[in-house]
Design a protein around this ligand. Structure first.
Ligand code: HEC
Ligand code: HEC
Length: 441
């Protein structure tokens, strides 16, 4: 069985124990019932032993620490655990913890020191890129339903206010892996064009299924990382590792009253109340991450223009589409929408006057924003160029930031509005312009 599709495991867990009590003596009926009860207890114990999961929501012991996957009654993690327990790699089965460890190594280093099959160490997924060049592993949005890189600044480890505290949050081009397993649709909005890309299934290829996390991982290993398709054991391992980053009820940060009420409903044993609570839960985190592309500025001015306050300031004039996008984001900041509505919306409508958006860059903010958004890849083994050389020309700067590069092999991914704001980009440009020119300039 080549690739993991959650759908294939849907609802396979509730093994109904047949209790066909035929008309017979009372003793026989009692015996059959007793046997049924014993089998049920046995199956439950097996289930618990096999997966370490007791189905808390179903059994009325949901707590703030219960994973959403259990609260929603989906049990996708348990199904994957069950499936992996059957898989054989290198002629034997492995523990869940082995998969998690390999997955961690793949995400962090791109290869595994002691893989279950193949060469030791394993062949890197990509030559240069690792998942962490483009994805965080921790919470990156203060309000989970509002993906906003400006609000994200309060969590950036380069933020001077945090004085060197390790938060693990960067302004990456891809969304965080934290809670990724809880999403239901992948490559949304602007990225929907990737749904045409092919993924591997056994020895053949087919278009990706936008609802399959395994397919999204395949796409990112091969296309985004400029690497290759993962082997089956690699895909299984990355999925297992991602399940260690799943959301729990308390992560939603609900008001205490609402959390208590939801827990009561989930623990009530009443199917209707549970369904209502589950519906409510899904409104409080991202079931699909959004992506809006930003059009680069119509023109930019630097300090030479003399029009700009301060010696190092820069000015970027964005087209009306960006002004509307900014208004739309500002409106959502005060009134967050349901995440599924967000992901499926085309974005701002052309209803407002078509005015340009003028942004002045602040070099002081730009310094730590640069450390967060660019330094992961610039000035190191990914790309040697760094500092002022990146802002030598304002049009090249904006082209790379908002459009990236499209070519085979090592390329630069672009930033969507969910990952960088026009103000942040101008601040970075102002900082880079404020540095002494490189010798070659
Ligand atoms: C060079 C940058 C880059 C690298 C390296 C990279 N990704 Fe991504 N990834 C992206 C971008 C950009 C997206 C676009 C969607 C988003 O997350 O906003 C994305 C999306 C994804 C998605 C779909 C997320 C969603 O909610 O739609 C998954 C899953 C994913 N990546 C997994 C991985 C894994 C696993 C690795 C490492 C093997 C990896 N990525 C490496 C840039 C990258
Ligand atoms: C995920 C890695 C990654 C991130 C993050 C990244 N870049 Fe890049 N960047 C690259 C790569 C790789 C290239 C070379 C692309 C190519 O040649 O196609 C590049 C090229 C560039 C260039 C052209 C350099 C030249 O050759 O003159 C500019 C300008 C640039 N990046 C700016 C930025 C800025 C500004 C940021 C942050 C807002 C940023 N990059 C973030 C990977 C990255």
């Amino acid at each position: 069985m080549p690739s993991v599709k959650f759908k294939q495991f849907r609802q396979s867990r509730h093994s109904n124990v047949p209790t066909n009590a035929r008309p017979a003596t009372l003793r026989l009926i009692t015996a059959v019932i007793m046997a049924g009860v014993l089998v049920s207890i046995g199956a439950g114990a097996w289930w618990y032993w096999k997966t370490g999961i007791s189905g808390p929501a179903a059994r009325g012991i949901a707590t703030p620490d219960t994973p959403l996957d259990d609260l929603l009654g989906r049990n996708h993690r348990a199904q994957l655990q069950q499936a992996l327990a059957q898989r054989r790699y290198g002629g034997r089965t492995w523990n869940w913890e082995d998969y998690v460890q390999w997955g961690r190594e793949l995400v962090h280093e791109g290869r595994v020191k002691q893989p279950p099959v193949g060469p030791t160490p394993s062949v890197p997924i990509a030559d240069t890129y690792r998942c962490l060049h483009c994805h965080n592993l921790v919470r990156e949005d203060v309000v989970l339903t509002h993906q906003d890189p400006v609000a994200r600044e309060s969590l950036l480890e380069h933020n001077p206010a945090l004085a060197g505290k390790k938060t693990g949050v960067h302004l990456t081009t891809g969304t965080t892996f934290w809670g990724l397993v809880n999403r239901e649709r992948f490559y949304n909005g602007y990225y929907a064009r990737y749904h045409r890309l092919k993924v591997r299934e056994g020895n053949s290829f087919r278009p990706m299924n936008p609802e399959s996390l395994a397919d999204a991982i395949q796409v990112c290993c091969s296309y985004c990382s400029a690497g290759r398709f993962p082997e089956d054991w690699e895909l299984d391992s990355i999925l297992a590792y991602l399940w260690t980053l799943e959301l729990r009820l308390r992560d939603l940060g609900l008001p205490a009253d609402q959390q208590r009420q939801l827990l009561e409903q989930l623990n009530s044993g009443n199917a209707e109340l549970q369904a209502a609570a589950r519906k409510e839960l899904r409104k409080h985190y991202l079931v699909a991450s959004a992506a809006h592309a930003v059009e680069p500025p119509l023109r930019s001015e630097d300090e030479h223009g003399g029009l700009i306050p301060g010696p190092m300031a820069v000015k970027d004039i964005y087209p009306p589409s960006v002004a509307e996008l900014e208004q739309w984001f500002a409106a959502r900041r005060t009134n967050p929408e349901s995440p599924s509505a967000q992901a499926n919306k085309p974005g701002p409508q052309n209803s407002t006057p078509r005015t340009n958006l003028t942004v002045f860059g602040d070099p002081k903010r730009g310094e730590w924003l640069y450390q967060s958004a660019c330094a992961l890849c610039h000035g190191n083994e990914v790309h040697p160029k760094a500092g002022r050389s990146l802002a030598a020309s304002s049009s090249a700067f904006h082209r790379y930031v908002w459009k990236g590069t499209q070519r085979d092999g090592l390329y630069m991914p672009f930033f969507t509005r969910e990952r960088l704001s026009p103000q942040q980009a101008s601040d970075i440009r102002a900082y880079l312009r404020s540095l002494p020119p490189p010798k070659s300039e």
